[in-house]
Write a protein that binds this ligand. Structure first.
Ligand SMILES: NC(=O)c1ccc[n+]([C@@H]2O[C@H](COP(=O)([O-])OP(=O)(O)OC[C@H]3O[C@@H](n4cnc5c(N)ncnc54)[C@H](O)[C@@H]3O)[C@@H](O)[C@H]2O)c1
Length: 247
């Protein structure tokens, strides 16, 4: 059943806020125990506010491979092997291609691409051992379309689609699916600060649906991909973008 996650353990990076927190809430409401992994100190408080009990807050920087692997080890030791991993932690460093600093390029790749891969690698090992797992990484419309000032972000998200396809093929016969979800702009607190005024209106009018996505619209698709029902879907990139990427 897509909507019942009772007795399942879901590791969710970026669970302190935004989309990751919406996904954590959605799965917790349906019975999952959440292991939130985030660099933000507010993680503890965010996990305490989730419905249900037995959630675990792991404060960690996923861009460091050793730290990411230790985060999964801690989840396995304290909660048990996870059935679900959602990679939602991410950062955005934007600017014209000719001006983008090396620091912004490297940090974007380090968190969005390398961090998501390190978590998938460590989580995947535990899942392969158990013979069952669901990995979903939040990519972006920017993985597929050219958005100005998005060079680093776009490259990081296109990279996510690349490793998603490869891990999907490698693990398909061993019970572990690996997929990506690509939203258009999502109406989070952060997006409401960035996409204001004319810039917001222009972005909104470029989406055929005429509006931004909501965090819950992302969470419900992630939940389906995280469920047993989606067993034959792997290596996919599913868009939640109101048609933005197909015009
Ligand atoms: N909001 C949007 O419009 C939008 C659209 C498409 C894709 N996305 C993607 O969705 C994901 C979530 O975005 P959001 O809007 O919720 O952003 P957000 O900033 O609200 O949340 C991101 C979370 O990731 C955490 N994080 C950042 N660096 C980390 C690190 N090194 N280690 C561990 N945690 C770290 C942050 O502390 C934060 O809690 C990101 O991958 C983002 O690229 C967002």
């Amino acid at each position: 059943m897509s909507n019942d996650f009772t007795d399942q353990i879901a590791v969710i990076t970026g669970a302190a806020t935004g989309i990751g927190n919406a996904i954590a809430t959605y799965l917790a409401e349906r019975g999952a125990r959440i292991a939130g992994v985030d660099i933000a100190p507010s993680l503890q408080e965010a996990l305490a506010a989730l419905p249900g009990e037995g959630h675990l807050a792991v404060t960690a920087n996923i861009a460091d491979a050793t730290v990411a692997h230790e985060a999964i080890s801690r989840v396995v030791a304290e909660l048990g092997a996870p059935q679900i991993l959602v990679n939602s932690a991410g950062i955005g460093r934007f600017g014209p291609g000719e001006e983008l600093s090396e620091k912004d390029w490297q940090s974007t790749l380090a968190v969005n691409l390398s961090g998501s891969f390190f978590m998938s690698q460590a989580g995947g090992r535990a899942m392969l051992e158990a013979g069952y797992g669901r990995i979903v990484t939040i990519a972006s419309q920017a993985a597929e379309i050219g958005l100005v000032e998005h060079a680093a972000y776009s490259a990081s998200k296109a990279g996510v689609l690349g490793f998603t396809r490869v891990l999907a093929v490698e693990w398909a016969s061993r019970g572990v699916t690996v997929n990506a979800v690509s939203p258009t702009i999502v109406d989070t607190a952060l997006a409401r600060e960035i996409w204001v005024g004319e810039k917001g209106e222009t972005a909104r009018s470029a989406i055929p649906a005429g509006r931004f996505a909501t965090p819950d619209e992302v969470a419900s698709l992630v939940a389906f991909l995280a469920s047993a029902d989606s067993a034959m879907i792997t290596g996919e990139n599913m868009r939640v973008d109101g048609g933005r990427s197909v015009i």
